[in-house]
Design a binder for this molecule. Sequence first.
Ligand SMILES: NC(=O)c1ccc[n+]([C@@H]2O[C@H](COP(=O)([O-])OP(=O)(O)OC[C@H]3O[C@@H](n4cnc5c(N)ncnc54)[C@H](OP(=O)(O)O)[C@@H]3O)[C@@H](O)[C@H]2O)c1
Length: 300
Amino acid sequence: MRHRLGIPVWTSAKCSGFPPFFLTIMSSFQPNNLFNVSGKVVLVTGGSRGIGKMIASGFIANGAKVYISARTAKACEETAKELNALGPGECVAIAADLSKLSEVERLVKEIAEKEKALHVLVNNAGAAWEESIDSFPDHAFTKVMTLNVQRVFNITQKCLPMLRAAAELGGKLGESYKDPARIINIGSVEGLSIQGTGHETYAYSASKAALHHLSRHLAARLGHEGITSNTIACGPFQSKMMAYTLETLGDAFVSSIPSKRIGTPEDIVGTTLFLSGRSGAWVTGATITLDGGQLFGPRL
Ligand SMILES: NC(=O)c1ccc[n+]([C@@H]2O[C@H](COP(=O)([O-])OP(=O)(O)OC[C@H]3O[C@@H](n4cnc5c(N)ncnc54)[C@H](OP(=O)(O)O)[C@@H]3O)[C@@H](O)[C@H]2O)c1
């Protein structure tokens, strides 16, 4: 029995023991239902290494079919081979340089030739550049803003038919989609705060702040079509991008984080599964800070 707004009326049941719909609701609280992504089709940009590979691994470990993309074909293929050996999901590698619009179009076309629907789009590929304010190059600013913001919009735009199809496949309850398609944007604490005045990442911090707001704008526009859009604003995770910072600042950097550690694969996988399963179906326009408290810790 459902309220006219589509909410189950489970408080009004009058029968002995638990009514059947109550039992149904109880089973929907189980982790294997709340965080279930089995059979979902996912695209993780920059999925060959680092945070993208962690995210792809989490989906594959939970039975999803994951397309990963990055510029280096060999790295993509090696990662796909490694993740396919782990299963039970499937990993498909498609190399593409997403700084180029034509490559974005080719990537999405190749996926659309194989899939009717895309349930989860993870916009993870990103670039950073650190240089003194006096010499920060114009081309570096363009490179970072293009990949981290503009191409996220382009990829999302080109994927819309497949995201809309995924929402339709999930069915509707009144005017609302039961299992919306999800856009997950990998942002950064650098888009939320200034990480110390010696940290000269002008284009990167601006790009991530822009990405966070683009994500909110997409949420507002696409919600009624059954597509959510959220940002995970990451703190430090071990990766090629983060290697220099972790090597140079070392223990002092980790000690400055209130939780006294950097992020692990479980941290990012748990958050992406939350956003992708039934658990996150009503979350949209959010910026989830995933940083062990770094945002509020002391600046180095
Ligand atoms: N690691 C952290 O601590 C941290 C913190 C906050 C936010 N983030 C964000 O997390 C995301 C992943 O970063 P990461 O640390 O995992 O970095 P990473 O190890 O450098 O990985 C970046 C991934 O993106 C791909 N990529 C780079 N440029 C690309 C392009 N033009 N076209 C297609 N793919 C491209 C890379 O592969 P190819 O080089 O082969 O193209 C790689 O797969 C980024 O958006 C980053 O801003 C990371």
